[in-house]
Design a protein around this ligand. Structure first.
Ligand SMILES: Nc1ncnc2c1ncn2[C@@H]1O[C@H](COP(=O)(O)OP(=O)(O)OP(=O)(O)O)[C@@H](O)[C@H]1O
Ligand SMILES: [Mg+2]
Length: 473
């Protein structure tokens, strides 16, 4: 082949006569743009800047017009008095109704400033360098900022994409965008095929620990309050109808997730409609609240027996329900059973006895694959999410990624593409235990959350009343 192509090349090569240097010299005629065009261009850009300002253009014009009128009618003194009165008015508004002031004035002014100074100024360079725009020369291929709004903690930049690009392009560049605009992170919300919102936090709202949350009188098992989301909203964790795996390195705060979930169910535990069966191989986490648990085990053989008892109770219930009932409703007769399993790998991977490992894995697999609809849930904690440690991780529909060791572990926990969408669980600050990334129902975008911290005193208070005896006892 190579020989042929060489031969072909030699066939088409023809000797060419040398071209005199003068014959190939081209000169570009210099055409000077008339000054009027340059001036009009600058004026147009200035007007467009004013019109696009997020703080309404009419307000800016009115402020300038009133100031000029005050100066013309009353001179400098009148202007100074007018502005002093306006400033005092704003001050009173801020002191008296801080929320309304922040919502209406401060945040709008901040949005205008951030739009001008951060996003508009750096938009093109950041997008080009991060690979989201082709080049400096082709402005028509640059995604456009449609508006910037500010909440108390984050900037939201609404962007119109260029035809032919996908929101996923932005989702895959969140790290570059966050660095480019000097934000700790970036989250992409897709509103439509060419309409995305980039959310850039200005400060970390989860920097301070969250105290144990109030115990709900009537716990909603499809959304238990266990902490707070980055936007200040409560973080609700579903347990009924699912299984939850909490993953994080040692000290990441797995205990606070487990205890916050148990705490939120305290009233139902005392009422007997919820039972917690707890396994604590390290004897350091769940043993504090033994009085709350219907069943408890720490030694490996007892733990496996507990798991097998849960499987038997689940199968007995499934048999009773067969053909009669498709949905489990928690009651004192058929309570919702949550098997809380701290450091699940101790039973499935690290225990020296092969038989224990096999039995534990079988029981967990049966519970997670069949327990959902009959009111059995497994809430497990794990340090290392690799397959060789827990190959059952895909049987847990819901997962929580606390601080992880490696970037590659993020997608193992939260599913493919989670890290690209901003779930940087491997970058969580070790000084922020309880901070995690989760996927909330109905959205593929990971959300940063922090679990509330349940202290030993809180646990003592929760365990005030004795728990109801276990199913299958
Ligand atoms: N949500 C939280 N808010 C504030 N501090 C927390 C939170 N969770 C945990 N901590 C602090 O971090 C320490 C370690 O947390 P925890 O024992 O829950 O980690 P862990 O992930 O269970 O670790 P291990 O795998 O070693 O058991 C706790 O003693 C507590 O001081
Ligand atoms: Mg722990």
């Amino acid at each position: 082949m190579l020989g042929n192509s060489k031969a072909g090349a030699s066939q088409v090569q023809r000797p060419t006569a040398p071209v005199p240097a003068q014959a190939v010299r081209f000169t570009t005629p210099v055409v000077e743009t008339p000054g009027i065009f340059i001036l009009t261009g600058w004026l147009w850009r200035f007007l467009r800047l004013l019109v696009l300002l997020p703080v309404q253009f009419p307000v800016s014009v009115a402020v300038v017009a009133v100031s000029i009128a005050a100066y013309v009618l009353t001179g400098w003194l009148g202007l100074a008095v007018m502005w002093t009165v306006v400033d005092l008015g704003l001050l009173v508004w801020w002191r008296r109704w801080p929320d309304s002031f922040k919502a209406r004035v401060a945040l709008r002014a901040l949005a205008a400033w951030r739009w001008l100074w951060v996003y508009r100024r750096h938009w093109q360079p950041v997008l080009v360098v991060s690979g989201l725009a082709e080049s400096y020369l082709e402005r028509q291929y640059l995604p456009q900022i449609r508006g910037v709004s500010c909440s108390a903690w984050a900037d939201r930049v609404r962007v119109r994409l260029v035809a032919g690009t996908a929101p996923a392009d932005f989702e895959n560049r969140v790290a570059e965008l966050a660095h480019g605009f000097g934000a700790p992170s970036c989250r992409v919300e897709v509103r439509g095929p060419r309409d995305v919102v980039l959310e850039f936090p200005r400060r970390d709202t989860l920097a301070d620990p969250i105290e144990a949350l109030p115990v709900p009188d009537e716990p909603d098992l499809s959304g238990l309050p266990v902490g707070r989301c980055e936007d200040g909203e409560p973080w609700y964790l579903r347990l009924h109808g699912t299984h939850v795996l909490t993953v994080g390195v040692t000290g990441a705060g797995k205990g606070s997730v487990l205890w916050s979930a148990i705490r939120a169910m305290t009233a139902a535990i005392h009422a007997g409609t919820v039972q917690v069966w707890a396994i604590d191989p390290k004897r350091m986490e769940l043993s504090f609240g033994r009085a709350l648990f219907a069943r408890y085990a720490d030694a490996a053989d007892e733990a496996v027996e507990l798991l097998e008892a849960a499987v038997a109770a689940m199968q007995e219930r499934a048999e009773r329900y067969a053909g009669r009932q498709r949905v489990h409703v928690p009651s004192t007769r058929d309570p919702f059973v949550v098997v809380v399993l701290d450091e699940v790998a101790f039973l499935t991977a690290y225990h020296p006895d092969r038989d224990i490992r096999r039995r534990a894995e079988n029981a967990i697999a049966t519970l997670t694959s069949q327990g959902r609809s009959v009111g059995f849930c497994v809430l497990a904690a794990l340090q290392d999410p690799r397959k060789e440690v827990l190959n059952l991780r895909n049987l847990f529909p819901d997962k929580i990624a606390l601080r992880l060791d490696e970037a590659s572990q993020v997608d193992m926990v939260l599913g493919e593409g989670a890290r690209d969408r901003g779930a940087n669980a491997h970058l969580i600050d070790p000084d922020l235990p309880g901070v995690a990334f989760v996927k909330l129902e109905g959205s593929p975008v990971p959300v940063r959350v922090r679990a509330a911290f349940v202290s030993d005193d809180d646990i003592d208070a929760m365990a005030g009343e004795p728990a109801v005896a276990g199913v299958g006892d």
